[in-house]
Design a protein around this ligand. Structure first.
Ligand code: NAD
Length: 362
């Protein structure tokens, strides 16, 4: 049966990086007969400009009808001063919430060819391969009440709510335990249970669930210590399970271990198997429209799509192999460039991956 993939380029560098993944997808369809149909939609700032809403009804309808969604990034200075409810990032939160994409998988894998691109010592990051499992549709980013109000003394007060119920914690912890048992069997749950009640419950539930996964070694860590440990000795981690906000921050931190945020893919999964795939980075307005953004995070997100939503493990492996080969061949975008390598633009990097893929497909 033909499966539908919805492509949402978004804003800033979004259209440039998505164009590379789309090129690869079209190549795979042509070369392998992959039975998928592509559609496109608006999200974020460009959707606001065209329809007045960051997540238009039509995009949500298309997303509901798709097996998977491949997204670029949203946001930018152009939309920073508009009403908070209508900002591009709200479109992203809304699609995650509407499709119940509660499980965000963020692998941080260091390609050995990029050892020098990391700001950390080679021995600290060499061989790094960890997975962050971030809760994505709950916690402080979604909790109510929220807002900015005026107090009786005339000053303004900003407020948000950190809330997690048992079933939200259980479903994300289940994904993390299962992920750990398929990897090295080590799970570190990150919270702030010493200060925040919502994460005290989080710790309690994760501990209870450990009994059902005897093959997984569970450890708990406070977010402040986890941030330090990630920089000090990141290879101690196999799978990190954490809340929405802590995961947001830790995964950006983890990106620098791998050399560049332009290398980190992500998958956001619902319990019905639907998935949205996007790079971890934002719309990078500072480098948009210059053909210098690194498209590899998006291309690796496509490989996660092939694996998790289409069950095309062989093609996913091949795409990852092609990315690795392109790095071995010395191709680098500006963010991962080092002396002696060949500096290429966004488009050329996409072409190099296709060229290598074509040699692997024969
Ligand atoms: P960002 O991730 O866009 O950029 C941070 C830094 O990383 C910048 O210096 C940028 O040039 C660089 N960078 C990012 N992607 C890169 C790539 N592919 N290749 C090379 N360098 C890259 O974060 P920001 O600057 O804090 O946010 C910019 C906008 O993106 C904001 O509007 C923010 O709200 C939005 N945002 C969107 C998402 C998303 O769509 N998922 C995520 C984070 C931020």
């Amino acid at each position: 049966m033909t499966k539908k993939i919805l492509i949402l380029p978004g804003d800033g560098v979004g259209p440039e990086i998505i164009a590379q993944a789309e090129k690869i997808l079209s190549f795979l369809i042509a070369e392998t007969g992959l039975a998928i149909e592509l559609d496109r939609g608006l999200i974020g700032g460009n959707a606001i400009d065209e329809t007045g809403a960051p997540l238009p009804e039509e995009t949500l309808k298309k997303a509901n009808e798709s097996t998977a969604i491949l997204m670029g990034s949203v946001g930018g200075p152009k939309w920073e001063s508009i009403d908070r409810q209508l900002r591009p990032e709200r479109g992203l939160l809304a699609i995650r919430g509407e499709l119940e994409l509660f499980a965000n998988l963020r692998p941080a894998f260091l390609f050995s060819q990029l050892l020098k691109a990391s700001t950390l010592n080679e021995e600290v990051v060499s061989g790094l391969d960890l997975m962050i499992v971030r809760e994505l549709t709950g916690g402080i980013y979604f909790g109510n009440p929220r807002g900015i109000r005026e107090l009786s003394d005339g000053q303004r007060e900003g407020f948000n709510t950190l809330v997690y119920n048992e079933s939200e914690i259980k479903r994300i912890a289940k994904v993390a335990f299962e992920t750990a048992s398929k990897r090295q069997g080590r799970l570190c749950s990150v919270d702030k249970a010493n200060v925040l009640e919502a994460t005290e419950l989080w710790r309690e539930i994760v501990s209870e669930m450990a009994k059902d996964y005897p093959d997984v070694e569970l450890q708990h860590m406070y977010i402040d210590n986890a941030s330090m440990q990630l920089v000090r000795a990141p290879k101690q981690f196999d799978v990190i399970l954490t809340t929405n906000m802590f995961g947001d921050i830790l995964s950006d931190l983890a990106s620098m271990l791998t050399g560049s945020i332009g290398m980190l893919p992500s998958a956001s999964l619902a319990s019905d198997g639907k998935g949205m795939y996007e790079p971890v980075h934002g719309s990078a307005p500072d480098i948009a429209d210059q053909n210098i953004a690194n498209p590899l995070a998006t291309i690796l997100s496509l490989s996660m799509l092939l694996r998790y939503s289409l069950g095309e493990d062989k093609l996913a492996n091949m795409l990852e192999q092609a990315v690795s080969q392109v790095l071995t061949d010395g191709f680098r975008t500006k963010d991962i460039y080092s002396d002696g390598m060949t500096c290429v633009g966004t488009d050329e990097m996409g072409d190099a991956v296709i060229k290598t893929l074509s040699t692997l497909l024969v």
